[in-house]
Design a protein around this ligand. Structure first.
Ligand code: FAD
Length: 495
């Protein structure tokens, strides 16, 4: 009898749709011992795995072993594995397959197959692998938001409708807070185990413990999807990029964690969202904006992880050499008086999550401005975020957020000063720094950091036509010397 070995991010029914025999799952403490994860991430993953094992009952051989190899050695007969999601896990399966029979099945949990992606990439004839083109191809191929051969309402892209700043004078977006899952006795056991392991010194964590906020079972994941579509999807589009200090969740779905645990299939998520649009329950800009994230960005990033090769993780084209400072690495939100940074770090410390724009334009932007090493930044994001996995972190951090790949993923660095943050958030209002000031006591560290970043990378960036104007702006600064001196002194200490 063939045993299907399920990894901890292969937990939904689609990973067992064609198999009704025995299942192996492995909880490896060594993985937790060698890496300092966010406490809530460790909780979520263990809770999700143990819930799945409980659902499968006798069928599931749930092994707690130091390593995967030791666990696999207990299983007699052939093994079957759905393509794992990291290069390291693929290599492990390959090595085990040299010693015993392992049937390797293609990936699941994404909407575009490897073959379709490679065919699309080959058809580009050397042109850039643009998200927008990939996404349109996926819309056509999957027949999502299409009216015959045309996109719904004749528009492929509604981004222009989706860049609104937050509503002024309101502390929250005013949409319903997400429906949180209820913890059960499995969560209680996970918490007790993590406490015990922490107490005996075998593991350590970053971040605070707290009630589990993200779905750990299929039922919770479906309920979270339904809750999002019913109560928040309609508001998702316009304020997708906005940030409010008093509203960590805004109208975001919080579905990345259950999607990446394999509890939801992305196509079922997209079909549910399209159905809400077709029923007239949500406007097109919200449905399209969301669907673009899932069949566009999520799949695009997944395929780039494999397509760009193993070396991609080592890219450091902006030659960023500083180490990640402890205050940032340890999520010390109180260390800094810069309100945006402090609020976003607080959110990560307390939930292991922030939405896309705080990740990109606050945390990532700050790391890039300060010249922190992209490999350390990637590792940190991976450990600190509940939805972080190797495949999704590498393109998002090395490429999109740190521009360390020299522009394969994004045509220009996502660098911005305080003016951007002031427009897109309410952080600056209560901040001791002033986004318009570059030098002196009130100088905003993002504004000053932006100019120091452009100065440091002038030669690398002035050939980029999307950056040339910004780089030439340096020549108009009469206080540049003072600004550079100020930022040199600041270094990586908390602003
Ligand atoms: P929503 O705003 O509701 O978006 C819907 C879904 O789209 C998400 O659930 C996610 O599955 C998908 N999605 C959107 N953008 C991306 C993207 N760029 N890459 C992959 N999927 C995307 N996403 C992760 O899933 N895991 C990560 O570890 C991760 N790290 C990131 C690090 C950085 C520096 C940046 C800039 C982005 C990162 N993202 C990551 C992408 C994105 O920020 C998160 O997917 C999103 O914020 C999760 O919240 P949500 O489910 O409410 O998303």
């Amino acid at each position: 009898m063939v045993t299907r070995w399920l990894f901890g991010d292969q937990l939904g029914p689609h990973f067992l749709a064609d198999h009704d025999g025995p299942v192996l799952m492995v909880e490896s403490r060594r993985v937790l011992a060698r890496t300092q994860f966010h406490r809530q991430k460790a909780h979520l993953v263990l809770s999700a795995m143990r819930h799945r094992a409980a659902e499968l009952g006798e069928r599931c051989d749930y092994r707690r072993e130091p390593t995967y190899r030791e666990a696999v050695a207990h299983v007699g007969g052939p093994l079957e594995v759905v393509q794992p999601t990291s290069r390291a896990a693929v290599a492990l399966v390959r090595t085990i397959a040299e010693e015993r029979e392992v049937v390797r099945l293609p990936e699941r949990g994404f909407t575009t197959s490897r073959a379709d992606f490679e065919q699309w990439a080959a058809g580009r004839g050397g042109r850039r692998l643009l998200l927008e083109d990939f996404y349109r191809d996926a819309r056509r191929r999957l027949d999502v938001l299409m009216d015959g051969d045309e996109p719904a309402q004749g528009r492929w892209n509604l981004d222009a409708d989706n860049r609104e700043p937050p509503p002024r004078g309101r502390p929250t977006l005013g949409v319903a807070e997400p429906r949180w899952p209820h913890e059960d006795e499995i969560d209680a056991q996970v918490r007790a185990d993590l406490d015990a392991w922490e107490a005996d010194g075998s593991v350590s964590f970053i971040g605070r413990d707290g009630p589990r906020l993200f779905a750990a079972t299929r039922a919770e994941a479906l309920a979270a999807l339904e809750d999002f579509v019913t109560h928040r999807l309609g508001a998702f589009g316009p304020h997708e990029d906005a940030m409010l200090a008093g509203d960590d969740w805004m109208a975001h779905s919080l579905l990345s964690a259950p999607l990446n645990l394999g509890l939801l299939d992305p196509l079922e998520v997209v079909e549910r969202v399209e159905a809400a649009y077709r029923a007239g329950d949500v406007p097109l800009n919200s449905a399209e904006g969301f669907i673009r994230q899932v069949i566009g960005w999520r799949d695009y990033v997944w395929h780039l992880y494999w397509h760009l090769g193993e070396d991609y993780r080592h890219h450091n084209r902006l030659n960023a050499r500083r180490h990640l400072p402890d205050w940032f690495a340890q999520l010390d939100a109180d260390a800094t008086g810069a309100r945006c940074l402090s609020e976003v770090l607080r959110g990560v410390r307390d939930h292991g999550w922030a939405h896309h724009i705080p990740r990109l334009m606050v945390l990532g932007n700050y790391a890039m401005q300060r010249g922190w090493r992209p490999d350390e930044v990637t590792d940190w994001f991976h450990r600190a975020f509940v939805d972080g996995y190797d495949w999704v972190m590498l393109p998002n951090v090395v490429g999109m957020s740190q521009h360390a790949d020299g522009g394969i993923l994004a045509t220009k660095p996502y660098a911005a000063g305080g003016a951007y943050l002031n427009t897109m958030s309410d952080y600056c209002g209560g901040c001791r720094f002033n986004p318009r000031v570059r030098v002196g006591e009130d100088a905003c560290p993002f504004t000053a950091g932006y100019w120091a970043f452009l100065h440091r990378n002038r030669e690398r960036l002035e050939g980029n036509h999307r950056m040339a104007r910004a780089v030439h702006g340096l020549d108009r600064l009469t206080d540049l010397d003072g600004l550079l001196q100020q930022e040199r002194l600041r270094g990586s200490s908390p602003p």
